[in-house]
Design a protein around this ligand. Structure first.
Ligand code: NAP
Length: 285
C-alpha cells in the first residue's frame, strides 16, 4: 500500500476562500478584524513564524501589527500592554509569540488575554471549552489536526487513536477532541518513550498523531497497515525540514499521511485566521 498524501496546502486554501467572504462582510459592517502580535527578544524560529503570519493576514486583508519588546522587559510591562490591547476596540485578536525569555511567565500572560480576543485559543476559558468539544476559539494546531483527519472521510466512531506528545497546546486538546468523536485514545509522552513501550502503542493506532519534535522518532515499520498518520513535528535535519515520523517507510504502510512541510503547518495558519475572524465577530456590540 502507498498512502494518499493529505495535502495541507489545498485544505488550507479551501478554508481561506470561505473566510474571505466573512472578512468582506465584517468590513462592510464596520468591524474589520485586526491581529496584534507580541514578541519578546529575537528568536530566529519565531521570526519565520511571524513573517508567515503577517503574509497570511495581509493576503486575506486582515490588519496585522507586531509589537516587539526587548529581552529585558518585565512581566508587569507586558501584562500592562496586554491589558491595553484588551481595552482597545480596534484590536480584535491578540497573539503572544513563543518562546519567551526565562524570567517571563507565559501562562500568567496567556491568562490575561481577553478570551474573546484570544486568536490562538490558549486562554484558560478557551482551553476549558475544549473539554466540552466545541470551543469558539480553539487551539489552532489541535483544530488543524482534526480538519486533516476529517478530510480523509474515514468514519472515526470506535476507532483506536494514539497521540504521541502531551503538550498543552497540541497533544492534550487533540486527545480531548478525539474522545469527543468516540475515538478510543491513548496519549504517550516521555515516560512511554523511557519505558520502551512507544512502539507497542504506535503499532495498534488506526489514527496516529505525533507532536514531539524529534526527527524519525517514529519508525515506519511501527505503523499499522492502513493507519491515518498526522505528523505535527517540525525538525531541521541537514538543512531540510522533516517531521517526527520516518516518512518513506511509513507511507508504504499507512492509508493517509501528512507530509512535512505542507501538512499540519498550513492548516494551523488557516485555523489562526479562522479564530481571528471568529474573535472579531464576538466583539460586535
Ligand atoms: P512540546 O511542548 O515540546 O511537547 C513535546 C511532547 O513530546 C511532550 O509532551 C514530551 O513529553 C513528548 N516527548 C518527548 N520525547 C518523547 C519521546 N521520546 N517519546 C514520547 N514522547 C516524547 O512541543 P509541542 O509544542 O507540542 O510541539 C511538538 C512538535 O510539533 C514540535 O516539533 C513543534 O515544532 C511542532 N509543532 C508544529 C506545528 C505546526 O503548525 N506544524 C504547531 C505546533 C507544534 P514530556 O513533556 O513529558 O517531556
Amino acid at each position: 500500500m502507498s498512502a494518499k498524501i493529505i495535502d495541507g496546502v489545498k485544505i488550507a486554501n479551501g478554508i481561506k476562500e470561505k473566510l474571505k467572504v466573512e472578512i468582506e462582510n465584517l468590513k462592510k459592517k464596520g468591524n474589520p478584524p485586526s491581529l496584534s502580535a507580541i514578541q519578546v527578544g529575537e528568536n530566529p524560529g519565531s521570526k519565520v513564524y511571524i513573517g508567515a503570519q503577517r503574509k497570511s493576514c495581509e493576503k486575506m486583508g486582515i490588519e496585522y501589527n507586531l509589537h516587539q519588546f526587548d529581552e529585558s522587559v518585565t512581566q508587569k510591562e507586558i501584562a500592562d500592554f496586554i491589558n491595553e490591547l484588551n481595552n482597545n476596540p480596534r484590536v480584535t485578536g491578540i497573539i503572544l509569540q513563543m518562546p519567551l525569555p526565562e524570567h517571563i511567565n507565559a501562562r500568567e500572560l496567556q491568562h490575561l488575554i481577553d478570551p474573546r480576543k484570544d486568536a490562538e485559543g490558549v486562554s484558560p476559558t478557551n482551553m476549558g471549552m475544549v473539554v466540552y468539544g466545541k470551543p469558539t476559539l480553539g487551539p489552532c494546531t489541535a483544530m488543524a489536526i482534526m480538519e486533516l483527519i476529517k478530510s480523509t472521510g474515514v468514519e472515526l466512531y470506535g476507532k483506536e487513536a494514539v497521540m504521541v506528545g502531551h503538550s498543552d497546546i497540541v497533544g492534550k486538546p487533540t486527545a480531548l477532541f478525539l474522545l469527543d468523536k468516540f475515538v478510543t485514545t491513548s496519549v504517550c509522552h516521555i515516560a512511554t518513550g523511557e519505558r520502551g513501550t512507544l512502539p507497542d502503542y504506535v503499532k495498534r493506532a488506526e489514527i496516529l498523531i505525533v507532536a514531539v519534535g524529534k526527527a524519525n522518532l517514529i519508525k515506519g515499520e511501527w505503523i499499522k497497515e492502513g493507519a491515518i498518520v498526522i505528523d505535527v513535528g517540525i525538525n531541521r535535519v541537514k538543512g531540510k525540514i522533516v517531521g517526527d515520523v520516518e516518512f518513506d517507510v511509513a507511507r508504504e504502510r499507512a492509508s493517509y499521511i501528512t507530509p512535512v512541510p505542507g501538512g499540519v503547518g498550513p492548516v494551523t495558519t488557516a485555523m489562526l485566521l479562522r479564530n481571528t475572524i471568529e474573535a472579531a465577530k464576538l466583539q460586535i456590540v
